[in-house]
Design a binder for this molecule. Structure first.
Ligand code: SAM
Ligand code: SF4
Length: 462
């Protein structure tokens, strides 16, 4: 018997009942800055803050926590759509089965290879493979796509980490993915509010709320300890969804001793063949609030901000606690290997993107703004995942491993793919990072490895 871990009554009571007072809010921010996960009552208190001064303290707290835990690193990845056949009828998605306009494509091995090579040629190292929900896209099919991604190389280009965003599977199917070495398995619950869930998931397997809600429990049972959760903001009250994400996190921690590796917070975008009421639309200001409060609630969980948002908003929101972003993304089928015209683009993409800049443009902006973009995949490849990863996510680890590895992968990018302007800005950023390394020993180790990269060696990590 499943114990329902989303207690709607309790969430509503907390959201309706708490009047935040200054000292309590400050106490909660302090607890978070000491890197403790918040509980539901504490998060509800932050969600109910309307006072401008206190809101400013929440934003400042989120920025500080991001700096403390992640430093100036930001991990980059790209989504790759493998197949958009879908038996579900999600009211918000252009790939819903009732959208007859959508061009239905499942990439052949050769087409998938072409996409991967196109991505590698831009410098991408970390992919998330995306699938509709369809009997074809079972464990074997997804595993084959993962194997192909790892096996496809082009010059210095290779994919070092493959994450998955696909339907919830059975335990036996997840095991096949564990065997081929996937990174994170992501499933977004979309909305934790059951009535809304049932309203927007009209038919197909996805209409089973609990099957999806426990999808990542089954992944854990199959030994996949690296999982990602998410909510599609705009379907229901954003404060409720933040509480749902936190309740899900607490459930995974309590059940498997490890919380989600990442939380995603996509915001609903216009999509072909969809026409949803706008009553739960999340404004930019509320979006910033929810990101900052999530950051404070789960200090050690990775937070993913996607290219659904515009460059301007991404600039602001990254600061508030995001650890990963996608860049150079195309979300239409075959979008990396083919240049599609306007109508074809519309028929082949899942929704509209807000940030369509190239990877190089984003890299240039990040290094110019003091960030260290990272393609690092060391932890997962060295087995530092799940519970083990959490143990390591303590002060010191970041300085000794993550920052040096980010510098290494940035250097590789600059050597192999950067435009001259990005290269120049990137070298400057590397030098600034080197100045900040306190240990002389570590600094000289990093410098030695940078030389090895200049001399043609690749994939050197700490
Ligand atoms: N088909 C799988 C599923 O639904 O879980 C995985 C892939 S689906 C293409 C990835 C995510 O895209 C969904 O979980 C949903 O949150 C998001 N999405 C769908 N339609 C969207 C829209 N119109 N705007 C923003 N995000 C959307
Ligand atoms: Fe299919 Fe996923 Fe789109 Fe729903 S969100 S219609 S399951 S691709």
């Amino acid at each position: 018997m499943l114990k329902l871990f989303i207690n709607e009554n309790k969430i509503n009571e907390l959201l309706q009942g708490i009047q935040p007072d200054k000292s309590r809010v400050r106490e909660i921010i302090k607890k978070s800055l000491a890197k403790n996960r918040l509980d539901l009552e504490e998060t509800a208190t932050l969600l109910n803050v309307e006072d401008k001064e206190l809101l400013a303290e929440i934003f400042a707290g989120a920025k500080k926590l991001k700096q403390d835990v992640y430093g100036n690193r930001i991990v980059l990845f790209a989504p790759l759509y493998v197949g958009n056949n879908c038996t579900n009828d999600c009211a918000y998605c252009a790939f819903r089965c009732s959208n007859a306009e959508a061009a239905r494509i499942t990439l052949s091995d050769q087409e998938l290879k072409d996409e991967i090579i196109a991505l590698e040629k831009k410098g991408q190292k970390r992919l998330i493979l995306v699938f509709g929900e369809h009997p074809t896209y079972n464990g074997d099919f997804i595993a084959d796509a993962v194997k192909l991604a790892y096996a496809t190389k082009s010059g210095p280009g290779e994919i070092r980490r493959v994450n998955i965003n696909a339907a919830p599977l059975e335990v036996a199917q997840y095991k096949k993915l564990k065997d081929v070495g996937i990174g994170t398995y992501q499933i977004f619950q979309e909305t934790y509010h059951r009535k809304t869930y049932e309203k927007v998931h009209l038919s197909g397997k996805k209409s089973d709320f609990l099957w999806r809600l426990y999808g990542l429990d089954r992944a854990q049972q199959a030994g996949l300890d690296d999982v990602g959760i998410g909510a599609l903001f705009g379907l229901y009250n954003w404060k409720f969804e933040v509480m749902g994400l936190l309740a899900h996190t607490i459930h995974l921690e309590e059940t498997f001793n490890v919380g989600p590796h990442t939380i995603s917070f996509p915001r609903l975008q216009p999509a072909q063949g969809t026409d949803l009421p706008k009553n739960y639309f999340v404004s930019d200001d509320d979006f910033k609030r929810l990101v900052a409060i999530l950051r404070l609630s789960v200090p050690y969980t990775g937070m993913i901000l996607t290219a659904r948002e515009t460059p301007e908003l991404r600039r602001e929101v990254i600061e508030l606690g995001c650890s990963q972003i996608d860049a150079g993304s195309r979300i239409e089928m075959q979008g990396y290997s083919q240049d599609l015209g306007e109508q074809q683009l519309c028929d082949k993409q899942q929704f509209q993107l807000g940030d369509t800049r190239s990877l190089d443009e984003v890299m240039k902006e990040l290094v110019s703004n003091g960030y260290t973009p990272s393609f690092c995949t060391a932890c997962y490849r060295l087995g530092r995942t799940g519970e083990h990863f959490m143990e390591l996510a303590v002060p010191g680890f970041i300085n000794e491993y993550c920052t040096p590895n980010a510098i290494m992968t940035l250097k590789e990018y600059l050597e192999d793919y950067a435009t001259p302007e990005t290269n120049q800005a990137g070298e400057k950023a590397i030098n600034q990072n080197l100045q900040k390394i306190v240990s002389e020993q570590l600094k000289s180790d990093v410098i030695a490895r940078l030389k090895r990269i200049e001399n043609g060696e690749r994939d050197i990590c700490f």
